[in-house]
Design a protein around this ligand. Structure first.
Ligand SMILES: NC(=O)c1ccc[n+]([C@@H]2O[C@H](COP(=O)([O-])OP(=O)(O)OC[C@H]3O[C@@H](n4cnc5c(N)ncnc54)[C@H](O)[C@@H]3O)[C@@H](O)[C@H]2O)c1
Length: 371
């Protein structure tokens, strides 16, 4: 096993989670450098986490620190340019979500990966708990049976003050509201469990909050394997919860948590007459590790050690981003959107706002008393 040289770019809120989780990887990574445009934040972060290399630009960091992997913990609108710079320099990227603000931007990664021979991966830490691997293995198999119906709810609460940060709540900096910034984690996990989505019909609306994007979206999604799912992404919900429920022929699989889960957050119920086969199959799985950043980091090192493609790599991250684009496209055009339909020339290929369609639709329907 190799020890990977890791650098963190952007030393704000989530960077501390990365540094703490890197320290829990059992010596498989060394945090060698950090970068931020804010000197004070950079100094404090480096001191707190014992980081030797401090840089005010990514270009300088790449040149001097020579990392194997860069973690992008910067605001969303910076991810794509910084990812391309790293990849072209031959450095692997683990980017915080969302991976890009549009499919057009995302599709630039392919060339950068080829040019530098490095790989892109997106932080989707909920894929990496043991229970999600167990559920993925059992759903569709003999004991649980074919998945039929599902729901996926990200019901979170953010007061108006949440949008005080200058980059929050704008199409240009975040690419959207709870669909792109919050629920994306949960529906990424749903896709991980169920496979490719096929068609989406959605509503997005600004119900209450002082933001220029949606604060709520609700989608009805048909999957390639026939599953029909609802996906709700809300920042309006005082009792917060992140839930997935998948009903299969012989088993109901439920996950209920908030920002991360342990195995105890999962409930498995057998259909009448199938209880034993279902609980026995679940109990037979390895169910120790919960979700979280360190679980994804370790899976990434395992893949690099073995010369395999990175987990949560460009292909699967694109599917998740494409579903976000389809939710917006359907919501703002009033039509169902199929996978593969949003291509160059489509208004939602270049941005989640659909060339201003989102802004106009939300402004027209927002409650007059608040906006
Ligand atoms: N995976 C998760 O569960 C999770 C949770 C929270 C946030 N996030 C994501 O993490 C990212 C960062 O969010 P945050 O809350 O930490 O933001 P933040 O504003 O707290 O931190 C961002 C940092 O990036 C720095 N920065 C800005 N421009 C830079 C540049 N050009 N080069 C280097 N540094 C630069 C800022 O000075 C700041 O310190 C966002 O994409 C967000 O969606 C993910």
């Amino acid at each position: 096993m190799r020890t990977y040289r890791v650098a963190i770019v952007g030393t704000g809120g989530i960077a501390a989670v990365h540094a703490d989780n890197l320290a829990r990887t059992g010596g498989r990574a060394e945090l060698v450098a950090a970068c931020d445009v804010d000197q004070g934040r950079l100094d404090a972060f480096a001191q707190q986490h014992g980081i030797a290399g401090k840089h005010l630009t990514l270009t300088e960091l790449l040149k001097e620190a020579k990392p194997d992997i860069v973690h992008l913990c910067t605001p969303p609108m910076m991810h794509i340019e910084q990812a391309i710079e790293c990849l072209e320099a031959g450095v692997h990227v683990l980017s915080e979500k969302p991976p890009a603000l549009s499919l057009a931007d995302f599709d630039r990664l392919g060339e950068a990966q080829t040019k530098g021979g490095a790989q892109f991966s997106c932080v989707f830490q909920h894929r990496f708990g043991d229970a999600s691997a167990a559920a993925q293995h059992l759903i569709g198999g003999a004991e649980f049976g074919r998945p039929l119906v599902a729901r996926c709810d990200t019901l979170w609460y953010r007061p108006d003050s949440y949008w005080d940060l200058p980059w929050r709540g704008t199409w240009t900096a975040e690419g959207g509201g709870p669909t792109m910034g919050h629920g994306i984690h949960q529906f990424d996990l749903l896709l991980h469990l169920l496979g490719p989505w096929e068609e989406a019909t959605a509503i997005a609306s600004r119900q209450d909050r002082a933001t220029s994007t949606e604060d709520l979206s609700a989608a009805l999604v048909r999957f390639g394997n026939g599953v029909v799912a609802t996906i709700v992404n809300s920042l309006l919900s005082p009792r917060e919860t992140s839930d997935i429920r998948i009903d299969c022929e012989f088993a109901t699989v439920e996950l209920s948590h908030l920002y991360g889960y342990s195995t105890d957050n999962w409930t498995i119920t057998g259909a009448p007459g199938h209880e034993e086969q279902v609980t026995g199959a679940w109990a037979g799985q390895a169910l120790e590790r919960g979700s979280g950043h360190s679980a994804q980091f370790l899976a990434m090192y395992d893949a690099l050690d073995a010369g395999r493609p990175l987990p949560a790599g460009a292909d699967s991250a694109r599917q998740t981003l494409e579903l976000a684009a389809a939710i917006y496209a359907s919501a703002f055009t009033g039509t169902a959107v199929r996978r593969g339909e949003i291509v160059p020339g489509h208004p939602f290929y270049g941005g989640m706002d659909g060339e201003g369609m989102g802004t106009r639709a939300l402004d027209a329907t927002a409650l007059a008393s608040r906006v």
